[in-house]
Design a protein around this ligand. Sequence first.
Ligand code: COI
Length: 369
Amino acid sequence: MDGAFFVSLPKNILIMVATLEIPVTRAERSKLNDINLENLPFGKYFTDHMLEADFENGEWKNVEIKPYQPLLIEPSNAALHYGQSIFEGVKAYKNAEGQSAIFRPYDNFRRFNISAERMMMPQVPEEIFVEGMKQLVTLDSNWIPNKADHSLYIRPFMFATDEVIGVKPSETYKFMILLSPTGPYYSAPMRIYVEEQFVRAVPGGVGFAKCAGNYGASMYPTAQVKKLGYDQVLWMDAIEHKYVQEIGTMNVFFIIGNKAITPGLLSGTILAGVTRDSVIELLKTMGLTVEERDLSIDEITEAYQSGELKEVFGTGTAATISMIKELRYKDFVMEFDTDTWVSCPEVKRRMDAIKYGTAADQFGWMVGV
Ligand code: COI
């Protein structure tokens, strides 16, 4: 850490808070005017700056913000061969007064370090992850779209940088943050295929970690269902192929009667989504009972047949809240008229109101930059 200052707490206790003065090299020219912010595909455009830091000899160093640019990587880079690579997804929003804030970055910071531990990677300090993120977002705050369903997607990530192809944890790593202005991830309600052959995660595996390989491994099964006209798969548990897990890259919620049910986190096969957690809190404020538990596909089909299954939706940082209009299990097709839904639109409305600053932030989720 480069410096330190003292803060005075209410009871006059002095604590030392480390500060990190991050050197900034500004881009000579902004690319902002080259981009049409009206029609933004997810993850295609990046802002003028990025944050970079290196882990060497057991410590983080070379923390800097600099113009977005390519990396020079050796072909023997360990992450390319063995996949020590993790990431997060976070979003920054602008309110009507033009003030910028990040949605729950401390939660993503904690989850990032849980992923790091599972992948035998070093912990990233809060000063780099959260404070670095705030400084980067402040520098590129002109890039935060000022429009409904739009935001600045923040992508912190870390990967191994040893130039050795022996199979062992790398001794060196790079941590980076990129920013990408973005619109809605899915533009319409989705068609989902219940996947019975391929699995996303097994108990004891890495399902709870946001590691790159989880996403790479999902592409083949997803491509198969896309050929059948579906948008994504509904992953089932790896042992019995009976209990629902996640939808594509999202957590999943089922509204059955006046309950909201989402798979629990105890098996270690589900990503502890920050949006998932936020939706749970908001559903409770709407008077719904929320259950985090095993939910079998049989319970779902029975609830559909009895008319109790009202709504199905996915949640994630990129996709926020996405309605499911069709769920296919074997030859059984469950269809929904999403125009009649109540809970999913309301939870999205409440979440957006907090994010875009039109409602009080009762949970303290927004972190100003
Ligand atoms: C996110 O919601 O941030 C995700 O992880 C999905 C992403 C891989 C596009």
